[in-house]
Design a protein. Sequence first.
Length: 515
Amino acid sequence: MSIKFSRKDLGLVITPNKTAEYLIHKLGSIKQNQSILDPCVGPGIFVKLLIKKGINKKQIHAFDISSEYEDDLKGLGVHFERKDTLLSITESEHNQYDFIIGNPPYLNKSSSYVRENKKELRKIYGKINSHETYAMFIVNSIWRLKEGGKLAFITSDSFLTLRTHQRLRKFILRHCVINEILLAPQDLFSNQNVSTSPVIIVLTKLSRKDQREKRLTNQIRVITRVKNEEEYKKPNKILTHLQKSYQILPFNIFYTDIEPQVITFFETAPKIVNYMKGYIGMHTHNNRKYIAAIEGTELAKIFHNRNSKIREPENQYRIISRDYLKEKAWRPYLKRGGAEQYYRPIMEALDWRENAKKVYDIPENVPFEREGLVISGVSSRLAARYMPKGCYWDSNKAIGCIVLDENISISYLLGLLNSSLYNYLAKGIINNTNSIQLSGIHALPFIMPDSETKSLVEKYVERIIEQLKNDGLYNYENEQRIIDNLIFNLHQTEFDFAESLKEKLEKKYSIYQKK
Ligand SMILES: C[S@@+](CC[C@H](N)C(=O)[O-])C[C@H]1O[C@@H](n2cnc3c(N)ncnc32)[C@H](O)[C@@H]1O
């Protein structure tokens, strides 16, 4: 058979020697009657090291889809099978190996391999809803492991936190105790032109229902990002997380650098959705046609410039007078993300005349036009702004939110959500990409403030908004420091947050980030 895919198409990346040795070391002692599999062996770095360590060749099994390594590996005397590990699995291949080790290929859904095998892969791995091969390799290998068997992989770290991998994380939590998560050097594969940040994960399969308690009470050894391979054995920082905490965190995030007190906060406080609810907005189906810039705004200036280069009147960008908003033929419209907080003048208007309205998809039960907050759906930080009465919003980058509890004010929520603590919860823990989803916002924990904290936060938020209304570039760092302290102290009293968390917030999550 000819080779259908190139090495690159098959995700060939070679594991550096010291990393391979560390993974082998993590498996612990291998007895003479035990079997070990590399399910994506490539040129055989793990196999060769195992042989060097004195493991009997007969104990070693290896698979690869490519025929390139067949002769070499068979020459080494190990059991080599040329096969597609992901597609070839049958029930009889479950529970076969005592150890599995490897560096699974990282191929995403746009790769030729995944596209060509989409249907079959979905049949087998559909339940974990993962499109990357490395995620399917984790599941496949857990199936192949015997009860009590151990797995050590070096792979992309994106499954630890990305929302799309929640089902994979749940699968792992249901079937294994996690022995170790070590964030490997960022540049481990950069000399092979691979930029994914890698993680070493070590698991033991304990999938029986009656072992649930064992899984939950397991202590995971967690090592935050090391700088080089030498640090594997003497890292600067070793944390231990109770496996149960991964069960508790929203979306079962496998967070590495989280404080136990923050986990308790997530575990015990009610969700913010009980106090404030966000809604996905509407579709115009043609924003260019139905959304206009409001005269006098920055956007209107941009549209003026663009229009000076467009001849045909029907192709020009629309700019409307502010008076049109009063006549209600146009409505203020929110469709922008971005990191701006507290207040931003509304620059866009939605055509609200009958002919236009007919075209829109407007979801039912969304309280458009009510006063509230708008949160950026795409932003480098959690950013909430005041939303005046009368607004509509888009389904994408702006999330309109309404306050549900009369004891809580819009101003207090603006202060809370724009604080460094909540930026950490939302962007440091729940979703460290540039997007913020509604479900992520709703999963934030919330405690009722005492009346003094509440009124002080409100006072400073209102001051910031007033200033920003006069001067869009107003620097509110001083007020923000006060708000950050108020919010931190409120939660510190309740959850015993350490001072080190405060430093972390100032350094990494505040608008005045200390170096
Ligand atoms: C990242 S490389 C690992 C190479 C080697 N184990 C190492 O760590 O140096 C991934 C290997 O997986 C193989 N591979 C890709 N898709 C596969 C599949 N579906 N079944 C089996 N092997 C596959 C590739 O041919 C490649 O050799």
